[in-house]
Write a protein that binds this ligand. Sequence first.
Ligand code: MN
Length: 201
Amino acid sequence: MNDAITLAPLPYADNALEPAISDKTISFHYGKHHAGYVKTLNGLIAGSDYEGLSLEAVVCRARERNDAAIFNNAAQVWNHDFYWNSLAPAGKGGEPSAELAAAIDEAFGSLEACKSALADAAVKRFGSGWAWLVARDGRLAVESTSNAETPFGQKGVKPLLVIDVWEHAYYLDWQNARASYVKAVVDGHLDWSAASRRMAT
Ligand code: MN
């Protein structure tokens, strides 16, 4: 079987995000959902001219060609890799760099206002999707996408952080209380150090 697209390791222990995100949620979300997208994608691209491309190149080509099944699975692999690396254990997420802090102040007025905008987008996303902090044409913005859609690969856009608001991300821990999951993540588990590194590249 083709295994060119791999399941990236989690950057922390399965229980490192508790109680916001339990090890049980991680076991299903990472071990079943994310792993499932990787497996399905490898099956879809085996023997095609996608085989051998990087994940990023698969996402971009599938978007160009409107290959929906490949795009959905590849974008979901990318989004989940990015999600795990947008989160950090409590107290380990650092602070925005001077560069990022200045961009946050310019776009939102304050870090608290930025967090509120991100939480609002996450809570209001109808159905399954994602809430993002991005740099779009050099200015920070909060956006949300539906299902597998992703700002990755869009011209002029640099994703900085993401929150998964598919029900599988929170239902075992929070049931229907999406806002409580979002608050726990935004208040305690965003990786501002990672966002700062992304801002600088
Ligand atoms: Mn997910």
